[in-house]
Design a binder for this molecule. Structure first.
Ligand code: NAD
Length: 252
């Protein structure tokens, strides 16, 4: 099936690499007009047929200005996020604040900025708008060692998602969260490298990550993008307020 997002206008944050990039590329393939954004604009190079822009989701002013510029949209995908490694004892106030700013407040910023235009567009087209937030299996779904503040932020993402869904369910806006397990991405490769330094090599670190996955492998960004396409499309018109795992059994 192709053209599943034909006629839709979508904004994707953190589209430069990993899951965000796979989502932007899949949306383009399915016929959407895609605004692909990232704090590092150079990373957006090579995403064919997307409108590319630098957007730092830590800046309320920048997010509001960009939303003004883009105008009405059908789909907002909030992908930007950071993985802090450690327990509560390794998490300083600064670590806590940064993680919540990037992983949670950035979604608040983007939703506040884009939602008015999404409501207008939903009313004009008679088709629901879709907000998709990237949570994680490490969240309220599952406690994961050394993912203290990360897990707390991603649980907050699920709460935020459900609250937005409840407030706008009768106004043509759906809001859902995706909860990936471990997924191959540039930042994940760095985490493997980093962990390898403390446990005797990259191969050992890789084994540890795979051992967390009951399916015996990590996921690919395209496997997460497939769910994002579904949630963005009218096929998901009856789906809101969910937190859906795509995780090879990680949170089961
Ligand atoms: P990644 O971490 O490799 O890439 C992150 C991207 O975010 C980069 O392109 C970076 O430039 C961009 N970015 C960083 N700060 C930004 C900012 N202030 N404004 C805009 N963009 C910014 O990608 P990933 O590993 O695919 O992770 C993407 C999302 O998926 C994150 O929210 C992450 O928590 C979530 N997730 C990832 C995994 C995984 O195993 N990779 C698992 C579960 C959830």
């Amino acid at each position: 099936m192709a053209g599943r997002l034909k006629g839709k206008v979508a904004v994707v944050t953190a589209a430069g690499q990993g899951i965000g990039r796979a989502i932007a590329e899949a949306f383009v393939r399915e016929g959407a007009t895609v605004y692909a954004t990232d704090v590092d604009k150079a990373k957006l190079d090579g995403i064919a047929r997307a409108k590319k822009a630098r957007l730092d989701v830590l800046s309320t002013r920048a997010v509001e200005a960009y939303a003004q510029k883009v105008g009405q949209i059908d789909v907002l995908v909030n992908v930007a996020g950071f993985v802090h490694h450690g327990t509560v004892l390794e998490c300083s106030e600064k670590d806590w604040d940064f993680s919540f700013d990037l992983n949670v407040k950035a979604m608040h910023r983007a939703i506040r900025a884009f939602l008015p235009g999404m409501l207008e567009r939903a009313a004009a087209t008679g088709r629901s708008g879709s907000i998709i937030n990237m949570a994680s299996g490490a969240s309220s779904l599952k406690g994961v060692p050394n993912r203290y503040v990360y897990g707390a932020t991603k649980a907050a993402v699920i709460g935020l998602t459900k609250a937005v869904a409840a407030d706008f369910v009768a106004k043509g806006i759906r809001c859902n969260a995706i909860c990936p397990g471990t997924v191959r991405s540039p930042s994940w490769e760095e985490r493997v490298e980093e962990l390898g330094k403390s446990i005797g090599g990259k191969d050992k670190a890789l084994e540890m990550f795979v051992a967390r996955q009951p399916m015996g492998r990590v996921g690919n960004p395209e496997e997460i993008a497939a769910l994002a396409v579904y949630l963005a499309s009218d096929e998901a018109a009856f789906t809101t307020g969910t937190a859906i795992p795509v995780d090879g059994g990680f949170a089961n």
